[in-house]
Write a protein that binds this ligand. Structure first.
Ligand code: SAH
Ligand code: F3S
Length: 498
């Protein structure tokens, strides 16, 4: 995976969720050093892949806390090591396997240590880890985290501890997540689980099951709680947030069978955005991911109406070729995508837009690839996340279409996409020069402790001298210089725009 942005929605790869606090680090660990009983059991957790996995690990932490397990940042202190895994590309799975080998090395020294695989690989490989490879003690799919206490007991008793059952109902709406590697000001709030779209390249519908939405009441309560704890920004999460639909529970695909009253009183994504933005006027609201096929005019209008909904849409397109879009089972054409972009820009003139793009999907011709570059030229995305196609066993593409684009060609096309994106990113950041933008402070800048780092509403990273501003402040910053990914400026005062 390659990115041209420092803010990568899929970038939790490898970092344990429990980072060590450095002297000058603004990181707030929710696991503040508490005096712990002598026999305290500890768990250590690493999360790979998408934001959803990161968010799920916070649910897992909450469940384990209730079981008496405390979080540790030190592998050697752990009684239980968990890896929340990703299956989206082959490379992600290889990375996880390497980590599991390392954890198994620890287990040889400490026989009591239990190792658990969570998330998409658990779902995809099910018994393989446990039976054939004997690499782990526990295998827990994304809908089975509430079964963890029971599975832990099974593992302790050296019995098979597997639960990969996918659910029609589970949204974990009743679990208050324990915020892990948090900066104390921005948090993820999951609103949907699973995906019904069946893009032919994608393993997610198989590993995360059918789409279901979370009760808006529990979403609003969680956000209210976050506001009370001092959080300033939330990101509503789902594989396809625009498809959110609450009609009293159950799968999205069963909506047509709901009662007339349930259908009439259903809450869609635009309603939810409006509810959240109205309830929390002092909080910034973001959301991800938007599948173009489900983005409605209503959502765009709701964004335009509320100052506190960020002017930024992550709108993966995957390819600019109609033939490839069709083979990918994406439910729109490039022309419809252009129309959507035009509509967004009509209602929200300075809306930032980012993309996901796949290079070298099976049968992709040079002309298809040129169509992708041409589409990028039209949109001039602010940034993007770009990948070479990776065949995933069990998907429709793997079954039906031969992975026939040579690796070298995939790589070359990917590089061309990346190079063009870099030009567009720079074009977009240049637009900020001389302008004053509202930035929410998230952390100390990596380059200099004298500078704060935060993001604009458009999701662009901005750095500026700290002066007396503090973490979580919304600050108006006048931009003097830019790189292709970062704005550099000086604060002019606290922002009144939020
Ligand atoms: N729900 C999102 C996508 C989630 S997966 C959507 O609406 O599109 C994140 C990204 O990984 C995808 O957008 C896609 O660009 C990439 N991806 C998924 N499967 C892939 C595969 N088999 N090979 C390469 N990239 C893939
Ligand atoms: Fe995957 Fe397509 Fe859903 S990319 S997550 S099947 S929208």
């Amino acid at each position: 995976m390659t990115k041209t942005s420092t803010k990568n929605p899929y970038a939790f790869n490898g970092a344990p969720l429990t980072r060590k606090r450095k002297a000058n680090d603004s990181l707030v660990l929710s696991d503040k050093k508490k005096i712990q009983p002598k026999n305290q059991k500890h768990f250590y957790i690493e999360s790979y892949g998408c934001q959803m996995n990161f968010s799920d690990s916070e649910i897992v932490a909450s469940i384990l806390n209730k079981e008496g397990y405390a979080l540790t940042e030190t592998l050697e202190d752990a009684h239980l090591v968990l890896v929340n895994t990703c299956s989206i590309r082959e490379k992600a799975e290889q990375t996880v396997r390497k980590r599991l080998e390392l954890f198994n090395g620890l287990k040889r020294k400490n026989k009591e240590l239990k190792i658990g695989v969570l998330g998409c690989m658990a779902e995809r490989l099910k018994h393989k880890f446990l039976e054939e490879e004997k690499m782990v003690d526990m295998v827990v799919g994304p809908d089975a985290y509430k079964d963890l206490p029971n599975l832990l007991r099974e593992a302790e008793a050296e019995r098979e501890a597997v639960n990969v059952i996918l659910s029609k109902e589970e949204t974990y709406g009743d679990i208050a997540p324990v915020r892990l590697a948090t900066n104390g000001v921005s948090a993820f709030v999951t609103i949907t689980r699973g995906c019904d779209n069946m893009c032919t390249f994608c393993v997610v519908p198989f590993t995360r099951g059918r789409e279901r939405s979370r009760d808006p009441k529990s979403i609003l309560e969680e956000i209210d709680q976050l506001a009370n704890e001092g959080f300033k920004e939330i990101t509503l999460l789902g594989q396809n947030v625009d498809s959110y639909l609450w009609y009293g529970g159950g799968l999205k695909k069963d909506f047509s069978r709901a009662s007339p009253l349930q259908q009439k009183t259903a809450v869609n994504f635009s309603n939810l955005l409006d509810l959240v933005a109205t309830a929390q006027p002092k909080m910034r609201i973001r959301f991800s991911t938007s599948n173009p096929q489900d983005m409605s005019l209503e959502v765009i209008k709701t964004m335009a109406q509320h100052n506190n909904i960020c002017n930024y849409i992550h709108l993966p397109v995957q390819s600019g070729s109609n033939a490839i879009l069709k083979k990918m089972n994406r439910q729109h054409t490039r022309e419809e995508y252009f129309e959507l972009i035009d509509t967004i820009r009509k209602y929200i003139p300075h809306c930032a837009i980012s993309h996901d793009m796949i290079a070298g999907f099976p049968s992709e011709t040079e002309q298809d690839h040129q169509d992708t570059l041409d589409l990028m030229e039209y949109v001039k995305y602010d940034f993007g996340f770009m990948f070479a196609y990776s065949e995933r066993p069990g998907t429709m593409a793997a079954k039906k279409i031969q992975d026939d684009v040579p690796e070298a060609t995939k790589k070359r096309r990917l590089q061309e996409i990346i190079d063009l994106q870099r030009i567009h990113s720079e074009y977009r950041t240049q637009e900020f020069i001389g302008k004053t933008v509202c930035v929410m402070i998230e952390k100390s800048s990596k380059r200099s402790f004298e500078f704060w780092s935060g993001r604009t509403g458009q999701n662009t990273v901005a750095v500026f001298p700290k002066e007396n501003y503090k973490l979580g402040d919304f600050v108006d910053v006048k931009i003097d210089e830019v790189t292709s990914a970062t704005l550099i400026g000086k604060a002019v005062g606290l922002s009144k725009s939020i």
